[in-house]
Design a protein around this ligand. Structure first.
Ligand SMILES: *Cc1c(COP(=O)(O)O)cnc(C)c1O
Length: 226
């Protein structure tokens, strides 16, 4: 019978194989279990199977689950965030993956000051240039990066992106590669590491790992299809 445990073992094996193919150490890649739509009982089972980092994309849903589960779980916000929800999100999230504008980052910095927090964030980059996507266009980010890095409280740990929705690896790989190259360029210009690359989901995590992902965000391969 398929259980969370068996699905997770299979995902970890595929992650490790992709890492080895790319000459990377499997332990350098973090599995973020995307638990959106899953009830607390299922997340509890996932935790008992060894998973401790969970990603949610909706703030309301995240806030309803956190108090229902053990406080040792680590929560990441992976979806789009609106300014009016920052105050509630900052105290419960270890990493915020989708910061996509200068005003949002500024608001976050101000509120973090009021709350006495130092949030870790990733900037979402729209490397594929799809009009429907959130994220900084690379040229905008190059312009804004010095101001972003000058924020007092917010710590920019790296970048996040979403690949186009397609099964064609030929269309996906260049997007992940572009994020990594762009990260290397920004890190070099700014003189800081920008260590984290959050890219890869159920359908494309192996490609993402081969192209340098440090965090993969996986839902359906772990929990079954939503
Ligand atoms: C839902 C979601 C995922 C996980 O998607 P799966 O295809 O189920 O692995 C990853 N990242 C974001 C931002 C998501 O919203």
């Amino acid at each position: 019978m398929e259980t969370f445990f068996s699905r997770r073992e299979a995902v970890l094996e595929r992650m490790a194989a992709a890492a080895v193919r790319a000459g990377r150490a499997p332990q350098d890649i973090e599995l973020v279990a995307v638990s959106k739509t899953q009830p607390p009982e299922i997340i509890r089972e996932a935790h008992e199977s060894g998973q401790s980092v969970f990603g949610e994309n909706r703030v309301q849903e995240l806030l309803s689950k956190v108090p229902a589960l053990p406080s040792v779980l680590t929560w990441h916000l992976i979806g789009h965030l609106q300014s009016n929800k920052i105050r509630k999100v900052l105290p419960v999230c270890a990493l915020i993956h989708g910061v996509d504008s200068m005003p949002l980052a500024r608001d976050m910095d101000r509120i973090a000051g009021e709350l006495g927090l130092f949030p870790k964030i990733l900037l979402e980059v729209n490397v594929s240039g799809e009009a429907s996507k959130f994220g900084f266009p690379p040229e905008t980010l190059l312009r804004d990066l010095p101001n972003l890095l000058g924020l007092q409280r917010v710590s920019i740990e790296g970048f996040m992106t979403m690949a186009p929705l397609t099964d064609d690896p030929q269309k996906i790989r260049p997007v992940f590669r572009a994020l990594r190259t762009f990260r290397d360029r920004c890190a070099n210009e700014a003189g800081i590491p920008l260590t984290i690359l959050s890219m890869g989901m159920t359908n494309d995590f192996e490609i993402a790992i081969e192209e340098g992902a440090t965090h993969v965000r996986i839902g359906s391969a772990l929990f079954g299809s939503r």
